[in-house]
Design a protein around this ligand. Sequence first.
Ligand code: MG
Length: 227
Amino acid sequence: MSLELLSKLNEYVGDLFAPPDPILEAVLEESNKAGLPEIHISPAQGKLLQLFVQITGAKRVLEVGTLGGYSTIWLGRGLPADGTLVSLELNEHYAEVARKNIARASLEETVEVQVGDAREILAEMSRSESGSCDLTFIDADKKNYLDYLDWVVRLSSSGAVILADNVIWNGSVLNPQDEESRALRQFNEQLTRDSRLSAVVLPIFREGVAKLPSGIDGLAVAHVVRR
Ligand code: MG
């Protein structure tokens, strides 16, 4: 199947199940204006995140890698009124843009964006909030995915869901030639090795942006079966 056909199918699914919404369009526009990289998830993937939150009934959601808050808003929209979402972002400027975008989506009471090295914040959180997260979405620098997973499993409640973006990386995990691809391959292997987890990877189509061409990517879905 050609990339062109996959791109059309992705657009078809996105338009049908996650049609353009003025808030999310403004969020992407503001992120773009502020100079954030265009590496956000697709509308269809956003809808999938929202559904995961709703289906699991998650009340405490964690996100590693906020960027401009696009995926954060999809996750937040799946939460019940008493739900909370903590999103971690290394870059202060991205976090500022995200906070404005989150307020634009009226989720400022639900979502807290914390700035810093996610490994440090997760380590700190796991001291006081071990076993508290119902659903986590990891979408940050690929080299640290394994470290994030280690902390996130400790932070997860029994039965929690852990999702991770970009784990196929245009197929480069099949024959890793760089540090990011190697890290992602190790991450996928760790999902199968960790006896607390049951996992699989869903193929996802990714629209190309300046640096990254269009291609096949993957969303890892892991269930914390025991702690
Ligand atoms: Mg991503």
